[in-house]
Design a protein around this ligand. Structure first.
Ligand SMILES: Cc1cc2nc3c(=O)[nH]c(=O)nc-3n(C[C@H](O)[C@H](O)[C@H](O)COP(=O)(O)O)c2cc1C
Length: 390
């Protein structure tokens, strides 16, 4: 394919290059995938105000997220098994993020371990924590993130049990893939992926394997999650985690204003409005529809960040206009990674940066920090009405 110009170009390229079970793992949502689809399509309902004849020189996308300077308010979201979209995926994505001046978040369920990513990159990254029943393991994991110099802990609250994704079950998702006939045939059509994967030792869950005892089947994400993740996790545990960590804390997976209120009172530094990319509660509000309610409730007391459905710079600016202080991208970077490795993640960030910059200018602004509801047709209320279909 010629030079990719959109995230959709990268998605199509990734679908060709990445083994089916891992491509499907990324491009899927829970149950009917209704919330997954709404995350993307709801953005299109919001309309931007075109402004003309304003000085567009000297534009700036620079901002901060949890007080850290960022080249643009777009971080890389934590995603499990990133090292299966492309060999050494977490290291490559972290490098691309550092070069672009944006934060990278490493998932607990990564292939490359915390230490491995720290040893092969120079910028501090953020670490995302899933809480498991084995609290000793969690305590050690937090200490490992601290020792590796991670500059924020992202605590995910919306995945104590797994929302079912049918494709993962049908595909027998595992890392590494099991040598079944169907997998072998599929891999035969993915020579680029196989070549890179043969060249790396990183093919298992690096943060877990060798660090937890008595785990029977680590390769299957589904069964491991069901047996290890702590369904009892509740707000009281957050204080324990906050004390263990002692640094910047971000709570991920808030969709409801009541939960946002509790999150604000927990003393965390930020929350992420997120429905896990439509992978958990199917039938929940899209992230962008949920955002204004959370901002109303707690926006003046805790930094509100956002993820879900972002596939362009226009999407980013709409989230900012509705009150998000910063955003995260999941699939957009995974598609870039699967398509072209580190270069692909750089392409993702370049595409989004250019779109964001041009869109901001065409809305009549020069500084991303001045984006607010005035760039929306009908302002905030107009956007909310359009989202609700009114
Ligand atoms: C393949 C995949 C794996 C994910 N794994 C994790 C994870 O390990 N931890 C987590 O907190 N969120 C995880 N997420 C959710 C993302 O962090 C983020 O909330 C979501 O991808 C945002 O939606 P988007 O993909 O439309 O940008 C995952 C998402 C995808 C697509």
């Amino acid at each position: 394919m010629a030079q990719p110009l959109t995230i959709e170009d990268l998605r199509i390229m990734a679908r060709r290059r990445v083994p089916r079970m891992f491509y499907d793992y990324a491009d899927s949502g829970a149950w009917t995938e209704g919330t997954y689809r709404a995350n993307e399509t709801d953005f299109a309902k919001i309309k931007l105000r075109q402004r003309v004849a304003v000085d567009m020189t000297n534009r700036s996308l620079a901002s901060t997220m949890i007080g850290q300077p960022v080249a643009m308010p777009v971080a890389i979201a934590p995603t499990g098994m990133t090292g299966m979209q492309h060999a050494d995926g977490e290291i490559l994505a972290a490098r691309a993020a550092a070069k672009a001046g944006v934060p990278f978040t490493l998932s607990t369920m990564s292939i490359c371990s915390i230490e491995d990513v720290a040893n092969h990159t120079s910028a501090p990254f953020w670490f995302q924590l899933y809480v498991m029943k084995d609290r000793d393991f969690i305590s050690r994991l937090i200490q490992r993130a601290k020792a590796a110099g991670c500059s924020a802990l992202v605590l995910t609250l919306d995945l104590q049990i797994l929302g079912q994704r049918h494709k993962d079950i049908r595909n027998g998702l595992s890392a590494p893939p099991k040598p079944t006939l169907a997998n072998m045939i599929n891999l035969a059509f993915k020579p680029w992926w196989c070549l890179k994967m043969l060249d790396t030792p990183r093919r298992q869950f690096g943060n877990i394997v060798g660090h937890v005892t008595g785990v029977a089947d680590m390769s299957s994400l589904g069964s491991w999650t069901a047996s290890q993740f702590d369904p009892k996790l509740n707000w009281d545990d957050i204080k324990w985690i906050k004390d263990q960590w002692g640094g910047k804390l971000i709570l991920k997976g808030i969709l409801d204003p009541e939960d946002a209120e509790t999150a604000a009172q927990s003393g965390a530094d930020a929350l992420i409005v997120s429905n896990h990319g439509g992978r958990q509660l199917d039938g929940a509000l899209s992230s962008i529809e949920a955002l204004p309610g959370v901002v109303d409730q707690v926006g003046n007391r805790i930094e509100v960040l956002f993820d879900g459905g972002i596939r362009s710079g226009q999407d980013v600016i709409k989230a900012l206009a509705l009150g998000a202080h910063g955003t995260f991208i999941g699939r957009a970077f995974l598609y870039g990674l699967g398509a072209m490795g580190e270069k692909g993640v750089t392409a993702t960030l370049d595409i989004i940066r250019k779109e964001l910059d041009t869109t901001m200018a065409l809305c009549g602004l020069r500084d991303i920090q001045n984006v607010d509801e005035r760039i929306l047709v009908g302002g905030r209320e107009g956007a909310i009405k359009r989202l609700a279909g009114g």
